[in-house]
Design a protein around this ligand. Structure first.
Ligand SMILES: Cc1cc2nc3c(=O)[nH]c(=O)nc-3n(C[C@H](O)[C@H](O)[C@H](O)COP(=O)(O)OP(=O)(O)OC[C@H]3O[C@@H](n4cnc5c(N)ncnc54)[C@H](O)[C@@H]3O)c2cc1C
Length: 366
């Protein structure tokens, strides 16, 4: 039996960030991952680093995380591109909400600017001419998530972490875990298995939320910012069966990555033509030029969604030395570094960087 200070189950972007943070703190770390590093939801994501401002707790975690992402801005593996985020309004009601959003982002330490219709056309001429206002968040960026997860695991291993690759945590034991080859690892356990959380910690509710993405051929210069409709948060936070929202990203290659859809209660990972059509119709409404571009690939992924949309970060009540970092829904790439810091603050008994209460797993067990 091998003894560790922390056994991290799952090497998506969240587990990789936690393992890296733990190894940097001097802990003896084991990482267990059955598939490719970063090959789960992490490989399906857009990689947009974005602060959603409608939930103060979510904003605090995003702000902490975005500051930490800056350390990777020059790392080739991150493929970090500071394209900024442009939120666009399609009606007066959405435009009227922009001032409050700018104020919230400013108050959190971010930087945002309101744009009128003319300014919107100046910064993104390809957008539909009837869009009436926008909000520019210039310092936000996009990254390539699976390579980043691989980098973090490599760095953790360079600091002494042991990677059990191709192995799965089969069972939680009183003193650690048993892997699927029957071997036992001894030590505190951190579950970072994303959508597979329920297999090991069934008491924490989590639902996979399917999403579609489409990527085009290369059309450099068509779009300069990651552009989202201001109604995006309604789609992200709604608990309806299905929804779509306009969300398009210019990749550093010149390709456009087009999202997004959200569906509960679908476990089939195949691309659904009706859902794809619905998502693209929404995108054409905001970016008509997209109709003329060649799509080259479509895929799906599953976001790990908790009932309140916030991840579980902390100790699992009544389970001894068991910790969890899972349930990041559509923001796990953004919030992985802050999640890792908060988790390690809690594990090591340091003063937490942000209030951990909104993320405590105990909130769903009361
Ligand atoms: C379409 C789509 C677009 C997205 N766009 C963005 C975006 O632009 N920005 C953003 O911030 N977020 C985005 N997300 C969300 C983001 O992808 C997720 O929140 C994030 O990847 C979750 O990371 P994770 O490490 O928790 O899970 P995962 O990446 O799924 O990793 C979990 C890992 O656990 C492993 N595992 C499972 N069972 C076991 C076991 N028993 N033992 C050991 N290991 C196990 C799996 O093999 C997997 O590698 C998007 C998601 C989707 C689906």
């Amino acid at each position: 039996m091998s003894g560790y200070d922390l056994i991290v189950a799952g090497a998506g972007i969240v587990g990789a960030a936690c393992a890296d943070e733990a190894a940097a703190a001097g802990l003896r770390v084991a990482i267990v991952e059955p598939g490719p590093i970063g090959g789960g939801a992490t490989a399906c994501a857009m990689g947009h680093l974005v602060a959603m401002d409608d939930d103060p707790a979510e904003l605090a975690l995003a702000r902490l995380s975005l500051a930490r992402w800056e350390a990777f801005a020059d790392l080739p593996e991150a493929e970090f591109s500071r394209c900024g985020t442009l939120w666009v309004a399609e009606n007066a009601a959405q435009a009227a909400g922009i001032a409050a959003r700018v104020a919230r982002i400013d108050a959190s330490g971010g930087e945002a600017y309101a744009l009128d219709a003319r300014q919107l056309r100046e910064v993104e001429p390809a957008l539909a001419p009837d869009l009436c206002a926008g909000m520019l968040v210039p310092r936000e960026a996009v990254v390539y998530p699976p390579r980043m997860a691989q980098h973090l695991v490599r760095r953790a291993c360079a600091r002494g972490a042991v990677l059990h690759h191709g192995r799965r945590v089969h069972r939680l034991d009183a003193h650690g875990v048993t892997l699927d080859d029957g071997s036992a690892l001894h030590g505190p356990v951190l579950i970072a298995t994303g959508c597979a959380l329920s297999q090991l910690v069934p008491e924490l509710p989590l639902r996979p939320r399917k999403g579609h993405l489409v990527i085009t051929d290369r059309y450099p210069g068509t779009l300069h910012h990651q552009v989202l409709e201001l109604g995006y948060a309604d789609s992200a936070h709604g608990s309806d069966g299905s929804s779509v929202a306009f969300n398009v990203q210019p990749r550093p290659t010149g390709q456009l990555l087009v999202g997004s859809s959200r569906e509960f209660d679908v476990d089939d990972a195949t691309v659904s033509p009706p859902m794809l059509a619905r998502m693209l119709q929404r995108a054409f409404r905001f970016l008509p030029a997209l109709r003329e571009l060649q799509a080259i690939r479509a895929w799906t992924g599953f976001r790990p969604a908790t009932p309140d949309g916030r991840p579980y970060l902390g100790a699992v009540p009544g389970r001894g030395n068991l910790w969890v970092a899972a349930g990041h829904e559509g923001l796990g790439v953004t919030t992985a570094p802050g999640s890792a810091q908060l988790l390690l603050d809690l594990i090591l008994g340091r003063t937490p960087a942000i209030d951990p209460a909104p993320y405590a797993p105990s909130r769903v067990l009361a």
